[in-house]
Structures are given as structure tokens and as C-alpha cells.
Design a protein around this ligand. Structure first.
Ligand code: NAD
Ligand code: MG
Length: 390
């Protein structure tokens, strides 16, 4: 039996992971499940999967979690220290599916124990890619990509030499507003930004898909994970979301990865890696689909993409600044404090401020320094939002 833990178990990726594990209960021993405010979901799954421990990120919810788990034999815990302690519990495989920079510390802890980390939490690679990869290497741990595009690239590279790769192309659906007139974007509402044409995902990543901040994070994730240069990474708008990524080699060949828009593909590949096993996902009928469309992204519509290349060029901890400013700007958009289009303006302002104070981002990349930069960038983004830049 493989010992597995799921961080962010109550979210979209977490629930898809649980779906796969539930189909073969005899194959897994569930160690820890973690969640946030949805105590009922967390407790129900922890009981059904006979987890050792369930952890909520929020300390004030501990009494509720205890009550929900009473008599079940599942331990209850809460707060940041409990999350870290859960990540340290021996496991063979941990799903990192907390949303945002909050996923970094538990992920680091898992790697320090040599645990294989299936990484849906792209934000941690954007904030601290070098640190994560070094930690994995020192402790003999493995990082497996779970983002659909990165899983696709990873699969395209099986048996290949990375030095033969000329380009990596990740696709983007274009999000909720891909066909809107640009001048209407400033008036996009939260409800409109929260609906995705092809994927069913958590609210934050859905809004990030509409703004392409998600793709911007993924461009940086590609650089960190595969070690290619920024100029080797391309984004292609592909409205059908069936081709997830393409790898171009030095002989002109391009390997494309296709599959239904179902995250259980990427989760299942990481769960069963290095084997392939049957997955309960739709099989594509290409004759019925008939055509696949591609177009270049319009940088005027998606300024976040341009910012991603600037962040990579700057290097250091600029990724942590970018992610934190983006998370704060997203909070401010969700709370109705700024417009949809002001998110990119806020993030750009924060990047400019940090570029001018370069000592901050050129410090050694440690968890403490990343956390410090993250807090500072959030503060500056909140301030920029108040000043209503853009
Ligand atoms: P979600 O919002 O549905 O779920 C997030 C999970 O994290 C929940 O369990 C929540 O309780 C927990 N959480 C939130 N804030 C937390 C905090 N401060 N501390 C601890 N736990 C916290 O998100 P999701 O869509 O499942 O995305 C999870 C991660 O996977 C993100 O990094 C996202 O970018 C990535 N991802 C998601 C998809 C997708 O299809 N949903 C695809 C690719 C990558
Ligand atoms: Mg993705």
C-alpha cells in the first residue's frame, strides 16, 4: 500500500485526487488530508478515506473539526505548524494542491523528508523554484508536475534529451474574455471572470485564466521546472483546450500532447508515474471534434504575459514579488476594490518598485527571505490598489 497525503484536499485538484484514490482504496493508505474553511468536506473525506489526520489551515476552526471527527479515530489539528507537521509525516507521495504561496512551506517540508511531491501548486515554483529544486535534490526527493501543460511537456520529454529541445509551447484557452472587445474588459464583473469556457477549477485560477495571470505563472513554472531559457517558451491560444502543450526539437519535430480537459489526466499521471494506468477520463473522438484552432496571444489583451517575461529576465526573487502582488491584486478584484484590468497595472507597479530596490530581490533565496519579500510585495500591491493605479 502506498502512503499518500493530500494538501488542499477540499479544493478542485484535491477532490479530483480523492476521486482517483477512492477508485482503488486497497492500493492506498491515506496519511493526511488538509483543507481550509470547508470543515464538513474535510471531515467527511478524512473519515471515508480513513486518514490518520485531518488539518484545517485555520486555528479557530479546530473545535468544529474535532466535533466533526468525533469518534472516527481520525486525529484533528489546525494552523500553520500543524500543516508543516503533517507534511513531515512519512508518506510515499504528497499532492501539493493548496492554492497560492501558502503551499510553499508544506511542500518544502515534504521534500526535506524525501517525499515525492506532485506539484499542482505552481505558485511555489514561481516564488522559489530554485529553492524547491535544490531541496529536492539534496534530499533525494522528486517533484512531479501536475499542471496540465507541464505534465504534457514532462510526458513529451520521456526518453528525450532536454538539450535537443528547441522550444516549449504551452497552450491557453484564452479564458472567459478571449472574444470580448478589449475596451469592455475594464467592466468585467467577478461573476463573468469566474466562469471558464473549458475547465472546471477553483475560483482563483479561473479568474487568473481570464486575465492570463495563470499562463504567466505557467511560463515561469516552465522555466523553473525544465530549465529552459525564457526565449524558448511560447504561449499559444488554443480555444478547444485539447492540446495541452507541444515540445519542439532540434530536428523540427513537434510532439503534442492531447487529452480531454480533465485534471485527472495530469493528477493520475503523477500518481502512477513512472507507469501509466487506466484513468476514468473521456477519450477524444478527433473526427467528431473536427478541427483544432491556434492563434498567437494578444499582449495588449493579456499584459500579464509580458510581465512574466520581464520577471524571468530580472530573476532573483522577482518571481515571489510577482506572485504575491498578483495574489493581493486578485484579492482586491474579488473584494470589488479594483477593476479587472487594474490587476495587471497594480502588479506592474509593484514590480517596478522592487526593480528599483534590487537588494531585496537579490538576497539569498531562503524560505524566510521569500516569505519576507512576499509580505512586502502584498503590502505594496494593496497600497497600489488604494492609489488606484491604472
Ligand atoms: P481551490 O481553491 O479549489 O482549492 C484550494 C485548496 O487550498 C483548498 O483545499 C483550500 O482549503 C486550501 N487553502 C486555501 N488557502 C489556504 C491557506 N492559506 N493555507 C492552507 N490551505 C489553503 O484551488 P484549486 O483550483 O484546486 O487549485 C489548487 C492549486 O492547483 C493551485 O496552485 C492552482 O494553481 C493549481 N492548479 C489547479 C488546477 C485546476 O484545475 N483547479 C489546474 C492546474 C493547477
Ligand atoms: Mg495549467
Amino acid at each position: 500500500m502506498r502512503k499518500v497525503s493530500i494538501f488542499g484536499a477540499t479544493g478542485s485538484i484535491g477532490q479530483n485526487t480523492i476521486d482517483l484514490i477512492r477508485r482503488a482504496p486497497e492500493a492506498y493508505k491515506v496519511v493526511a488530508l488538509t483543507g481550509g474553511a470547508n470543515i464538513a468536506r474535510l471531515a467527511e473525506d478524512a473519515i471515508a478515506l480513513r486518514a490518520e489526520i485531518a488539518v484545517t489551515a485555520y486555528e479557530d476552526r479546530l473545535p468544529d473539526l474535532r466535533a466533526a471527527l468525533e469518534g472516527s479515530g481520525v486525529e484533528a489539528a489546525a494552523g500553520q505548524a500543524a500543516l508543516i507537521e503533517a507534511a513531515a509525516r512519512p508518506a510515499d507521495w504528497i499532492m501539493s494542491a493548496i492554492v497560492g504561496a501558502a503551499g510553499l512551506a508544506p511542500g518544502m517540508e515534504a521534500l526535506k523528508h524525501g517525499t515525492t511531491l506532485a506539484l499542482a501548486n505552481k505558485e511555489s515554483l514561481v516564488c522559489a523554484g530554485k529553492l524547491l529544486l535544490e531541496t529536492a535534490e539534496i534530499h533525494g526527493a522528486r517533484l512531479l508536475p501536475v499542471d496540465s501543460e507541464h505534465s504534457a511537456v514532462f510526458q513529451g520529454l520521456v526518453g528525450e534529451d532536454i538539450s535537443a529541445v528547441e522550444r516549449i509551447i504551452i497552450t491557453a484557452s484564452g479564458g472567459a474574455f478571449r472574444d470580448w472587445p478589449i475596451e469592455d474588459l475594464a467592466n468585467a464583473t467577478l461573476a463573468q471572470a469566474s466562469s471558464h469556457p473549458n475547465w472546471d477549477m477553483g475560483q482563483r485560477i479561473t479568474i487568473d485564466s481570464a486575465s492570463m495571470f495563470n499562463k504567466a505563472l505557467e511560463v515561469i513554472e516552465t522555466r523553473e521546472y525544465f530549465g529552459v531559457r525564457p526565449d524558448q517558451i511560447e504561449v499559444l491560444v488554443h480555444p478547444e483546450s485539447l492540446v495541452h502543450a507541444l515540445v519542439g526539437f532540434n530536428d523540427g519535430a513537434i510532439m503534442a500532447h492531447l487529452g480531454a480537459a480533465d485534471m485527472r489526466h495530469a493528477i493520475g499521471y503523477a500518481l502512477h508515474w513512472p507507469e501509466r494506468q487506466h484513468l476514468p477520463v473521456e477519450r477524444l473522438d478527433l473526427a467528431r471534434i473536427g478541427q483544432l484552432n491556434f492563434r498567437a496571444p494578444d499582449l495588449a489583451r493579456y499584459p500579464a504575459l509580458r510581465l512574466a517575461y520581464e520577471v524571468m529576465e530580472r530573476g532573483g526573487m522577482m518571481g515571489a514579488v510577482f506572485n504575491a502582488a498578483k495574489e493581493q491584486a486578485l484579492d482586491d478584484f474579488i473584494a470589488g476594490r479594483i477593476r479587472f484590468t487594474e490587476m495587471a497595472a497594480v502588479v506592474e507597479r509593484v514590480l517596478e518598485r522592487f526593480a528599483a530596490e534590487s537588494s531585496l530581490i537579490d538576497d539569498a533565496m531562503t524560505l524566510d527571505n521569500v516569505t519576507r519579500v512576499d509580505h512586502l510585495a502584498r503590502k505594496q500591491a494593496a497600497q497600489a490598489a488604494e492609489e488606484r493605479v491604472g
